[in-house]
Design a protein around this ligand. Structure first.
Ligand SMILES: [Zn+2]
Length: 104
């Protein structure tokens, strides 16, 4: 990697001095932006795969228990009727806490 970097820097300096630094900085900026956007998309894809891998589809919550999600930040409580995934929903920018009550 370092052996490739030395001639690349030499070519970049040569281009920058002779043609102007915009010919060096613009492609460099484009490469950084491209790598960043591809990395962001990869995160989205792996997140979706994680959801796909879970067994079974949406399942109704059993009648003998009651599952609530509560938000630590604002105190909102949400009653779960059908469980789609095992992940807790988000509120106020963070995951909600799960609380399961057994009904008598
Ligand atoms: Zn909240």
């Amino acid at each position: 990697m370092l052996l490739l970097l030395i001639p690349a820097v030499a070519i970049a300096v040569l281009l920058g001095v002779n043609l102007g630094w915009q010919w060096v900085l613009a492609p460099l900026l484009a490469a950084v932006l491209l790598r960043w956007s591809i990395a962001s998309l990869r995160v989205l894809v792996t997140d979706a795969k994680h959801l796909e891998g879970e067994a079974g589809g949406p399942a109704p919550v059993g009648a003998d228990e009651r599952t609530l999600f509560w938000c630590e930040e604002c105190g909102t409580e949400v009653l779960l009727l059908i469980r789609g995934t095992s992940r807790a929903p988000s509120h106020c920018g963070q995951r909600m806490h799960e609380r399961t009550e057994i009904r008598n």
